[in-house]
Ligand binder design. Structure first.
Ligand code: FAD
Ligand code: SF4
Length: 338
């Protein structure tokens, strides 16, 4: 079919939407600013709650779009709104006239060093959820010893549910990611004590509650309800964490070999920059604003502009896949109606 469709972003959402559009007979054009496809999924080790290797899902999604036109290491220079179409100018000098643009520009991880009190970038043994995934994948991180660890801690809600950090929303995936990472650490270091410091546990998805119970029952992960009040480093280079255990009603002090900060999902400035080229609205949380949060989550308020995945807010991979499929169908119906 002749109609051009530009997909901005080659992560889970962009790849799945492209695959579905190809099946419907279109030849979508994917524009990805990084030099590879997969988005954040390409950084993760295995996925909750089934521990599916993330690389299998990435390889499957990339394999499905072999017939798409793909520009990697390419950015959007500008978008002009013409009478009934858009002119999209790419950094490789190619200009595309299209009636349909799908934003699948995803999210950014909260910059953990902004929460100075947790010591990321200050204390050597404080890392983020992303750093830990990198280590699971590559085994490369000088901060993580291959020697048996005695104690590891996870801090939930880093840069989420935190008005001072400019993000009052829950990032949705980090409670269950902490459970997953805690289990993975227990598998690697069975003798280690593993603690999760949380405010509330949000186990909203299918099998998540089972996964959380298994972390306690089968792996002995200890969940401590209470905010971390202080992080410091002792003379041996270990991390000392003080918190208030609000269930037991007493203060806790633990010394750890590693502290992992569960940095949240925040809006992607690359997304808002491109969106502002055609005056698309952003929400109070900075993510792109859907036409409606119930019936029309994949539509924008502008004709021919669609959204899918984490560019409109924190999402899991299955939710992102479902939105991408839905957006592909909406695009098909839109083109049919032209
Ligand atoms: C630590 C962590 C672990 C997670 N683990 C899991 C898990 O186990 N299971 C699960 O279901 N979910 C998990 N998630 C959530 C999962 O990462 C997201 O659901 C998924 O990445 C969303 O995909 P996306 O395509 O919408 O966005 P992204 O993955 O962010 O992809 C967006 C893509 O768009 C590109 N892009 C952005 N702006 C532009 C631009 N202007 N021009 C060109 N390209 C652009 C980016 O480079 C990127 O490739 C995890 C999240 C975190 C933070
Ligand atoms: S999912 Fe859990 S860790 Fe993440 S912001 Fe929500 S409550 Fe905090």
């Amino acid at each position: 079919m002749k109609e051009n469709i530009v997909i901005i972003g080659g992560g889970v959402a962009g790849l799945e939407a492209a695959a579905r559009l190809i099946r419907l007979g279109y030849s979508p054009i994917i524009v990805e600013k990084q030099d590879h496809l997969g988005g954040h999924l390409a950084e993760w080790h295995c996925l909750f709650p089934d521990m599916t290797p993330a690389s299998d899902i990435t390889a499957h999604l990339v394999g499905e779009v072999s017939d798409a036109n793909i520009f990697t290491s390419t950015e959007i220079l500008f978008i002009n709104h013409l009478k009934d179409s858009y002119n999209v100018m790419l950094s490789n000098g190619i200009s595309i006239i299209t009636k349909v643009i799908l934003f699948t520009t995803g999210f950014r991880l909260f910059e953990a060093s902004r929460k100075e009190e947790y010591g990321y970038g200050i204390y050597n043994q404080v890392i983020t959820n992303r750093d830990l995934e990198h280590w699971f994948n590559t085994g490369e991180d000088a901060r993580i010893s291959s020697k048996p660890m005695e104690a590891v801690g996870f801090v939930h809600c880093v840069g989420s549910r935190d008005e001072k950090a400019g993000n009052a929303q829950c990032s949705k995936v980090c409670c269950i990611t902490a459970v997953k990472q805690a289990i993975e650490m227990k598998k690697k270091f069975p003798e280690a004590m593993v603690y999760c410091f949380y405010m509330d546990l949000r186990m909203f998805g299918k099998k998540y509650e089972d996964f959380y119970i298994s972390a306690q029952r089968d792996y002995g992960v200890r969940f401590i309800r209470g905010r971390v009040s202080e992080v410091s480093e002792n003379i041996e280079g270990k991390v000392v964490v003080k918190a208030e255990d609000t269930l037991a009603g007493k203060p806790v002090r633990v010394t750890l070999d590693l502290l992992v900060l569960m940095a949240g999902m925040v809006c992607n400035p690359d997304s808002t920059k491109v969106a502002s080229m055609i005056s698309l609205q952003t929400d109070s949380d900075g993510f792109l604003k859907s036409k409606d949060n119930i019936m029309d989550i994949t539509s924008s308020s502008r004709s021919g502009i669609f959204y899918a995945g984490a560019c409109t807010g924190p999402k899991t991979v299955p939710e992102t896949l479902a939105e991408a499929r839905s957006a592909a169908l909406d695009i098909h119906n839109f083109i049919e109606s032209l």
